[in-house]
Design a protein around this ligand. Structure first.
Ligand code: CAA
Length: 240
């Protein structure tokens, strides 16, 4: 039986590449999305991957969404916590709402999704959780106290939950992408982005497929001895 994977934020950007890579490797994939229906419809038509709408920041919605995936595809073996947003602003301009939104989606969403699948993974003695962190959670970034805090939280969360899953067949790992060629990075002001790219030793932005390759590795049955680790895929920008 093919294993079942949920990819949050799985219809665009890094998530889209992850959904497609997992499908190509033979997994049954559910691509979650929160808002952009048109893009999700286009994604599902093009890839044949089912998309499911719910807000990862909402705990009840995660429970319902996961239950729907289980009913349609089977018990969930792999969760890729990829859904993430930015509300970049310097501390002077950042609002409390901009802090809450980013923490609730990027970090709260990871808790909600793990909680929704955890008991079932324990019962079945198998699970693969891959959390998408960020270079900016490792190194910080001007204008991102909310995002850097949430992503840094992802790395601590990963190491803590990995300890709980280790003897139960469940691995929990993180990937820390650098600057990847997606809509999120395209929103960075061009003059700021130019300076960032100049500091990437590989000399370019990363590709979403280069992150998906890491997710595939960590999701495999054969990756059972890798847990609590962070794979940095950032073109050498931050050697952590
Ligand atoms: N380091 C030091 N100073 C900086 C700086 C930096 N990285 N970025 C901006 N500044 C300085 C500017 O030089 C400027 O200084 P002066 O006033 O003395 O000229 C001052 O800060 C204000 O800069 P802006 O005009 O850009 O200020 P703003 O308020 O309009 O915007 C900002 C601030 C929202 C932070 C904007 O600079 C920005 O969007 N930066 C990009 C932040 C970023 O990299 N986000 C990553 C998004 S992608 C992502 O998050 C994915 C991932 O995981 C990697």
């Amino acid at each position: 039986m093919a294993r079942v994977a949920i990819v949050t934020g799985g219809t665009r950007g890094i998530g889209e590449a992850v959904s497609v890579a997992l499908r190509d490797a033979g997994y049954k994939v559910a691509a979650n999305y929160a808002g952009n229906e048109e893009r999700a419809r286009e994604f599902s038509q093009r890839t044949g991957i089912a998309s499911y709408k719910w807000d990862v920041a909402n705990y009840e919605s995660c429970l319902k969404g996961v239950a729907q995936v289980v009913a349609e595809l089977g018990p969930v073996d792999i969760v890729v916590n990829n859904a993430g947003i930015t509300r970049d602003a310097t501390m002077k301009r950042m609002t409390r709402a901009g802090w809450d939104e980013v923490v609730d989606v990027n970090l709260g969403g990871c808790f909600n999704m793990c909680k929704a699948v955890w008991d079932s993974m324990l019962e079945r003695g198998f699970g693969r959780i891959v959390n998408i962190g960020s270079i900016n959670g490792q190194a910080g970034q001007y204008g991102q106290v909310n995002y850097a805090a949430a992503k840094s939280g992802i790395h601590g969360f990963t190491k803590a939950l990995a300890q709980e899953g280790a003897s139960k067949g469940i691995t929990v790992n993180a990937i820390a992408p650098g600057y990847i060629d997606t809509d999120m990075v395209a929103a960075v002001p061009p003059q700021v982005l130019e300076k960032i790219v100049a500091k990437i030793p590989v000399g370019r932005l990363g590709k979403a497929a280069e992150i998906a390759r890491g997710v595939l590795f960590l999701s495999a049955d054969e990756a059972g001895f890798v847990t609590g680790s962070t794979m940095s895929i950032n073109g050498g920008q931050h050697m952590y």
